[in-house]
Write a protein that binds this ligand. Structure first.
Ligand code: NAP
Length: 258
Protein backbone atom coordinates (compact mmCIF):
# COMPACT_ATOMS: atom_id res chain seq x y z
CA UNK A 1 0.00 0.00 0.00
CA UNK A 2 2.83 2.33 0.95
CA UNK A 3 4.59 1.62 -2.38
CA UNK A 4 1.41 2.28 -4.31
CA UNK A 5 0.96 5.65 -2.58
CA UNK A 6 4.60 6.49 -3.27
CA UNK A 7 4.19 5.52 -6.92
CA UNK A 8 1.10 7.71 -7.29
CA UNK A 9 2.88 10.65 -5.69
CA UNK A 10 5.89 10.35 -8.00
CA UNK A 11 3.57 10.06 -10.96
CA UNK A 12 1.70 13.17 -9.88
CA UNK A 13 4.89 15.19 -9.35
CA UNK A 14 6.24 14.11 -12.77
CA UNK A 15 3.12 15.48 -14.43
CA UNK A 16 3.66 18.98 -13.06
CA UNK A 17 4.89 21.58 -15.55
CA UNK A 18 8.39 23.03 -15.29
CA UNK A 19 9.36 26.68 -14.85
CA UNK A 20 12.97 27.86 -15.22
CA UNK A 21 14.18 30.54 -12.80
CA UNK A 22 17.54 32.21 -13.50
CA UNK A 23 19.48 34.23 -10.97
CA UNK A 24 17.88 31.73 -8.61
CA UNK A 25 19.90 32.69 -5.54
CA UNK A 26 18.44 36.19 -5.43
CA UNK A 27 15.96 36.83 -2.63
CA UNK A 28 13.32 37.70 -5.20
CA UNK A 29 13.98 34.52 -7.21
CA UNK A 30 13.74 32.39 -4.06
CA UNK A 31 10.37 33.95 -3.23
CA UNK A 32 9.27 33.33 -6.85
CA UNK A 33 10.42 29.70 -6.57
CA UNK A 34 8.41 29.21 -3.36
CA UNK A 35 5.34 30.78 -5.00
CA UNK A 36 5.52 28.62 -8.15
CA UNK A 37 6.24 25.44 -6.15
CA UNK A 38 3.25 26.21 -3.93
CA UNK A 39 1.07 26.77 -7.01
CA UNK A 40 1.97 23.31 -8.33
CA UNK A 41 4.98 23.66 -10.62
CA UNK A 42 8.30 21.85 -10.86
CA UNK A 43 11.38 24.04 -10.99
CA UNK A 44 14.76 24.41 -12.63
CA UNK A 45 16.81 26.76 -10.47
CA UNK A 46 19.80 28.22 -12.34
CA UNK A 47 22.55 30.25 -10.73
CA UNK A 48 26.29 30.56 -10.23
CA UNK A 49 27.68 28.16 -7.59
CA UNK A 50 24.40 26.31 -7.75
CA UNK A 51 25.48 23.73 -5.14
CA UNK A 52 24.78 26.36 -2.49
CA UNK A 53 21.11 26.22 -3.53
CA UNK A 54 20.74 22.46 -2.93
CA UNK A 55 19.42 22.89 0.62
CA UNK A 56 16.82 25.38 -0.58
CA UNK A 57 15.78 23.00 -3.40
CA UNK A 58 15.45 20.09 -0.94
CA UNK A 59 13.24 22.21 1.27
CA UNK A 60 10.99 23.08 -1.70
CA UNK A 61 10.72 19.40 -2.66
CA UNK A 62 9.68 18.38 0.85
CA UNK A 63 7.36 21.27 1.46
CA UNK A 64 5.55 21.36 -1.91
CA UNK A 65 6.03 17.84 -3.33
CA UNK A 66 7.65 19.08 -6.49
CA UNK A 67 10.86 18.52 -8.45
CA UNK A 68 13.44 21.28 -7.97
CA UNK A 69 16.76 20.85 -9.76
CA UNK A 70 19.72 23.20 -9.34
CA UNK A 71 21.71 24.05 -12.46
CA UNK A 72 24.88 26.03 -13.07
CA UNK A 73 24.51 29.22 -15.13
CA UNK A 74 26.72 32.25 -15.59
CA UNK A 75 24.80 34.84 -17.58
CA UNK A 76 28.10 36.32 -18.81
CA UNK A 77 29.25 33.01 -20.30
CA UNK A 78 27.32 33.53 -23.53
CA UNK A 79 28.78 30.54 -25.37
CA UNK A 80 27.39 28.16 -22.71
CA UNK A 81 23.79 29.31 -23.05
CA UNK A 82 22.67 27.04 -25.90
CA UNK A 83 24.12 23.98 -24.15
CA UNK A 84 22.56 25.12 -20.86
CA UNK A 85 19.10 25.26 -22.44
CA UNK A 86 19.49 22.05 -24.44
CA UNK A 87 20.47 20.08 -21.32
CA UNK A 88 17.07 20.64 -19.66
CA UNK A 89 15.48 17.19 -19.61
CA UNK A 90 11.93 18.51 -19.46
CA UNK A 91 10.35 21.25 -21.58
CA UNK A 92 9.78 24.41 -19.60
CA UNK A 93 6.55 26.38 -19.91
CA UNK A 94 8.17 29.61 -18.80
CA UNK A 95 11.35 31.39 -17.76
CA UNK A 96 11.76 34.11 -15.12
CA UNK A 97 14.97 36.12 -14.84
CA UNK A 98 15.98 37.72 -11.55
CA UNK A 99 19.57 38.20 -12.71
CA UNK A 100 20.84 41.65 -11.87
CA UNK A 101 23.85 43.64 -10.75
CA UNK A 102 23.54 47.01 -9.01
CA UNK A 103 27.27 47.67 -9.23
CA UNK A 104 28.91 50.94 -8.34
CA UNK A 105 27.96 54.01 -10.36
CA UNK A 106 31.00 56.02 -9.29
CA UNK A 107 33.44 53.27 -10.27
CA UNK A 108 31.60 52.70 -13.56
CA UNK A 109 32.17 56.37 -14.45
CA UNK A 110 35.93 55.87 -14.27
CA UNK A 111 36.48 52.20 -15.06
CA UNK A 112 34.85 50.84 -18.17
CA UNK A 113 35.15 47.25 -16.91
CA UNK A 114 32.59 48.07 -14.19
CA UNK A 115 30.31 49.80 -16.68
CA UNK A 116 30.63 46.83 -19.01
CA UNK A 117 29.81 44.35 -16.21
CA UNK A 118 26.72 46.37 -15.35
CA UNK A 119 25.53 46.45 -18.96
CA UNK A 120 26.35 42.82 -19.69
CA UNK A 121 24.84 41.36 -16.51
CA UNK A 122 21.65 43.40 -16.64
CA UNK A 123 21.19 43.31 -20.41
CA UNK A 124 23.52 41.50 -22.84
CA UNK A 125 23.63 38.17 -20.97
CA UNK A 126 19.87 38.04 -20.57
CA UNK A 127 19.39 38.80 -24.27
CA UNK A 128 21.77 35.94 -25.12
CA UNK A 129 19.73 33.38 -23.14
CA UNK A 130 16.26 34.80 -23.84
CA UNK A 131 16.97 34.78 -27.59
CA UNK A 132 17.54 31.01 -27.41
CA UNK A 133 14.42 30.40 -25.31
CA UNK A 134 12.31 32.73 -27.47
CA UNK A 135 13.12 30.71 -30.61
CA UNK A 136 12.02 27.50 -28.89
CA UNK A 137 8.80 28.99 -27.49
CA UNK A 138 8.04 30.61 -30.85
CA UNK A 139 8.27 27.23 -32.58
CA UNK A 140 6.19 25.54 -29.86
CA UNK A 141 3.69 28.44 -29.98
CA UNK A 142 3.43 28.62 -26.21
CA UNK A 143 5.24 29.74 -23.10
CA UNK A 144 5.97 32.84 -21.09
CA UNK A 145 9.13 34.91 -20.69
CA UNK A 146 9.48 37.19 -17.69
CA UNK A 147 12.33 39.63 -17.14
CA UNK A 148 12.87 41.62 -13.97
CA UNK A 149 13.89 45.08 -15.11
CA UNK A 150 13.64 48.17 -12.85
CA UNK A 151 12.02 51.57 -12.51
CA UNK A 152 15.62 52.81 -12.79
CA UNK A 153 15.23 52.16 -16.52
CA UNK A 154 12.32 54.62 -16.81
CA UNK A 155 14.50 57.70 -16.40
CA UNK A 156 18.26 58.20 -16.09
CA UNK A 157 19.46 59.65 -12.78
CA UNK A 158 23.01 60.58 -11.83
CA UNK A 159 22.99 58.10 -8.94
CA UNK A 160 22.67 54.97 -11.08
CA UNK A 161 22.39 55.79 -14.77
CA UNK A 162 24.63 52.96 -16.07
CA UNK A 163 22.49 50.39 -14.20
CA UNK A 164 19.41 52.34 -15.30
CA UNK A 165 20.53 52.40 -18.94
CA UNK A 166 21.03 48.62 -18.92
CA UNK A 167 17.58 48.12 -17.39
CA UNK A 168 16.07 50.54 -19.96
CA UNK A 169 17.65 48.43 -22.70
CA UNK A 170 16.20 45.29 -21.10
CA UNK A 171 12.71 46.86 -20.92
CA UNK A 172 12.92 47.88 -24.60
CA UNK A 173 14.15 44.41 -25.57
CA UNK A 174 11.24 42.79 -23.69
CA UNK A 175 8.77 45.16 -25.34
CA UNK A 176 10.05 44.21 -28.80
CA UNK A 177 10.08 40.52 -27.90
CA UNK A 178 6.46 40.79 -26.72
CA UNK A 179 5.52 42.43 -30.01
CA UNK A 180 7.31 39.69 -32.01
CA UNK A 181 5.97 36.72 -30.02
CA UNK A 182 2.37 37.86 -29.56
CA UNK A 183 1.21 36.15 -32.78
CA UNK A 184 2.89 32.91 -31.62
CA UNK A 185 0.94 32.85 -28.35
CA UNK A 186 4.02 33.50 -26.23
CA UNK A 187 3.52 36.01 -23.43
CA UNK A 188 6.31 38.38 -22.36
CA UNK A 189 6.22 40.14 -18.98
CA UNK A 190 8.32 43.14 -17.97
CA UNK A 191 8.61 43.52 -14.20
CA UNK A 192 9.60 46.95 -12.91
CA UNK A 193 10.26 46.91 -9.18
CA UNK A 194 10.79 50.11 -7.24
CA UNK A 195 12.61 49.33 -4.01
CA UNK A 196 12.70 45.75 -2.70
CA UNK A 197 14.19 44.74 0.64
CA UNK A 198 16.84 42.22 -0.49
CA UNK A 199 20.58 41.51 -0.31
CA UNK A 200 21.04 44.00 -3.18
CA UNK A 201 19.68 46.89 -1.13
CA UNK A 202 21.05 45.81 2.25
CA UNK A 203 22.43 48.80 4.13
CA UNK A 204 20.54 51.34 1.96
CA UNK A 205 18.14 53.65 3.75
CA UNK A 206 14.93 52.78 1.86
CA UNK A 207 11.57 54.48 2.54
CA UNK A 208 9.46 51.78 4.22
CA UNK A 209 6.17 52.65 2.53
CA UNK A 210 7.72 52.48 -0.92
CA UNK A 211 9.66 49.27 -0.34
CA UNK A 212 8.21 45.90 -1.29
CA UNK A 213 9.13 42.45 -0.03
CA UNK A 214 10.39 39.64 -2.30
CA UNK A 215 7.10 37.84 -1.55
CA UNK A 216 5.06 40.80 -2.87
CA UNK A 217 7.13 40.83 -6.06
CA UNK A 218 6.73 37.05 -6.43
CA UNK A 219 2.98 37.31 -6.06
CA UNK A 220 2.83 40.18 -8.60
CA UNK A 221 4.84 38.09 -11.09
CA UNK A 222 2.60 35.05 -10.65
CA UNK A 223 -0.56 37.14 -11.06
CA UNK A 224 0.88 38.88 -14.14
CA UNK A 225 1.57 35.52 -15.75
CA UNK A 226 -1.94 34.26 -14.98
CA UNK A 227 -3.66 37.47 -16.13
CA UNK A 228 -1.38 38.02 -19.15
CA UNK A 229 -0.29 41.43 -17.87
CA UNK A 230 2.45 43.00 -19.99
CA UNK A 231 4.19 45.46 -17.68
CA UNK A 232 4.04 45.20 -13.89
CA UNK A 233 5.20 47.89 -11.49
CA UNK A 234 5.82 46.40 -8.05
CA UNK A 235 4.81 47.52 -5.53
CA UNK A 236 1.89 49.09 -7.47
CA UNK A 237 2.45 52.67 -6.31
CA UNK A 238 5.62 52.86 -8.43
CA UNK A 239 3.51 53.01 -11.61
CA UNK A 240 2.20 56.41 -10.46
CA UNK A 241 5.51 57.61 -9.01
CA UNK A 242 7.23 56.89 -12.32
CA UNK A 243 4.42 58.53 -14.30
CA UNK A 244 5.18 61.73 -12.40
CA UNK A 245 8.96 61.34 -12.68
CA UNK A 246 8.83 60.63 -16.43
CA UNK A 247 6.79 63.79 -16.96
CA UNK A 248 9.14 66.23 -15.21
CA UNK A 249 10.56 68.43 -18.00
CA UNK A 250 14.22 67.74 -18.77
CA UNK A 251 15.25 71.38 -18.06
CA UNK A 252 13.94 70.92 -14.53
CA UNK A 253 14.96 67.28 -14.06
CA UNK A 254 18.63 68.01 -14.79
CA UNK A 255 18.77 70.38 -11.78
CA UNK A 256 17.20 67.90 -9.36
CA UNK A 257 19.16 65.82 -6.88
CA UNK A 258 17.15 62.60 -6.83
N1 NAP B 1 16.32 45.07 -4.73
C1 NAP B 1 15.80 46.11 -5.37
O1 NAP B 1 15.47 47.16 -4.77
C2 NAP B 1 15.54 46.04 -6.85
C3 NAP B 1 14.89 47.11 -7.47
C4 NAP B 1 14.63 47.07 -8.82
C5 NAP B 1 14.99 45.95 -9.55
N2 NAP B 1 15.64 44.90 -8.94
C6 NAP B 1 16.00 43.75 -9.76
O2 NAP B 1 15.41 42.59 -9.21
C7 NAP B 1 16.21 41.45 -9.55
C8 NAP B 1 16.51 40.66 -8.29
O3 NAP B 1 17.32 41.47 -7.45
P1 NAP B 1 17.57 41.24 -5.90
O4 NAP B 1 17.18 42.47 -5.23
O5 NAP B 1 16.99 39.94 -5.47
O6 NAP B 1 19.15 41.25 -5.87
P2 NAP B 1 20.25 40.10 -5.80
O7 NAP B 1 20.02 39.23 -4.62
O8 NAP B 1 21.56 40.80 -5.92
O9 NAP B 1 19.96 39.27 -7.11
C9 NAP B 1 20.65 39.36 -8.28
C10 NAP B 1 20.98 37.96 -8.73
O10 NAP B 1 21.66 38.05 -9.98
C11 NAP B 1 22.65 37.05 -9.98
N3 NAP B 1 23.74 37.29 -10.90
C12 NAP B 1 24.57 38.36 -10.93
N4 NAP B 1 25.50 38.19 -11.88
C13 NAP B 1 25.26 36.98 -12.44
C14 NAP B 1 25.88 36.21 -13.46
N5 NAP B 1 26.97 36.64 -14.10
N6 NAP B 1 25.35 35.01 -13.79
C15 NAP B 1 24.28 34.53 -13.14
N7 NAP B 1 23.64 35.19 -12.15
C16 NAP B 1 24.14 36.40 -11.81
C17 NAP B 1 23.19 37.05 -8.55
O11 NAP B 1 23.83 35.83 -8.36
P3 NAP B 1 24.82 35.55 -7.12
O12 NAP B 1 23.88 35.24 -5.99
O13 NAP B 1 25.63 34.40 -7.59
O14 NAP B 1 25.60 36.81 -6.92
C18 NAP B 1 21.93 37.26 -7.73
O15 NAP B 1 21.39 36.04 -7.31
C19 NAP B 1 17.45 42.00 -10.24
O16 NAP B 1 17.28 41.93 -11.63
C20 NAP B 1 17.48 43.45 -9.80
O17 NAP B 1 18.17 44.26 -10.72
C21 NAP B 1 15.92 44.92 -7.60
Amino acid sequence: MKNLTQFNLNDLVSKKEYVLIIGAKSDVAMAVARKYAKEGFNLYLASRNSDTLEEFASDLKLRYECHAQCLELDILDYSSHQFFYDQLKEEVIGVISAVGYLGDQKISEKEFMEASKLIDTNFTGIVSLFNIIALDFEQRKSGFICGISSVAGDRGRKKNYIYGAAKAALSTYLSGLRNRLFSSGVHVITVKPGFIATKMTEGLDLPKRLTGTPEQVASDIYNAQKKLTNVVYTIWIWRWIMLIIRNIPEWQFKKMNI
